[in-house]
Write a protein that binds this ligand. Structure first.
Ligand code: MN
Length: 232
């Protein structure tokens, strides 16, 4: 390694079976479905997408998720997650779609009370979004085997009850448009994941809840929220 240069070593993130994906960075977008934007008190058409991050280590593919510290309001947000096989900057939407490695169902777990306090105080959202196990995802399907369509159903159930349900066509910014916008802000790299926003119906999870998240045509994501484990 040359002096002053930090080389990035990708973590081998287990996806499913023998497949792994070297996750580099998790990008997320706030309010990308009109109804959810309204439920959070925003005008969907008024503004450019708001991007934020989670650490790559927040990704988890597991049957359980530990209830995090410092919250009484752990919210679920079902989202289509896009994984980049190639990066770039100042890309157009078509170039972005060509650089997608694959797709998965994900849940952007959010400490809503922590986020509300941060917003009120004008503080960063960081710890409301980027905590341990805050980015559960299902298996990644290669882009050649599945593409998002306007009619694709996106849904999240808790203990068998539907909490969130929409179609991908309800997105304010399409997958290509979102990544293109992001690529004008930062250089994107292979291994970057993009959570593309959540439809209306976000609500709190309790310990013991069984979460099943689905997008038509992708393998579903299922996990149980469990008591935080004592430090080992
Ligand atoms: Mn989200």
């Amino acid at each position: 390694m040359s002096p002053g240069r930090v080389e990035w070593l990708p973590p081998e993130f287990a996806v499913v079976g023998d497949e792994t994906f070297p996750a580099r960075h998790v990008w997320c977008v706030g309010r990308n479905y009109a109804e959810h934007a309204r439920e959070m008190g925003a005008d969907p058409k008024a503004r450019a997408p708001v991007f934020f991050s989670k650490p790559a280590a927040a990704l988890i593919n597991s049957d359980t998720v530990d209830y995090p510290a410092s919250t009484d309001s752990l919210h679920h947000e079902v989202e289509l997650v896009v994984f980049l096989g190639r990066g770039g900057r100042n890309l157009d939407p078509v170039e972005c779609l060509e650089r997608i490695y694959g797709y998965a169902v994900g849940v952007d777990l959010t400490r809503r009370d922590v986020q509300a306090k941060a917003k009120q105080a004008g503080h960063p959202w960081e710890l409301s979004k980027g905590f341990d196990q805050s980015a559960p995802i299902g298996p990644i399907v290669p882009a050649g085997q599945w593409v998002p369509s306007e009619e694709s159903l996106i849904e999240l159930q808790v203990n068998g009850m539907v909490r969130q349900q929409a179609v991908l066509g309800d997105m304010i910014w399409s997958v290509g448009e979102l990544i293109a916008r992001l690529s004008c802000e930062v250089t994107l790299h292979p291994g970057d994941a993009v959570f593309t926003g959540t439809p209306a119906g976000v609500a709190a999870l309790e310990i013991g809840d069984r979460v099943v998240a689905r997008i038509a045509g992708l393998p579903s994501l299922a996990f149980t929220v469990r008591q935080p484990q004592a430090e080992g």
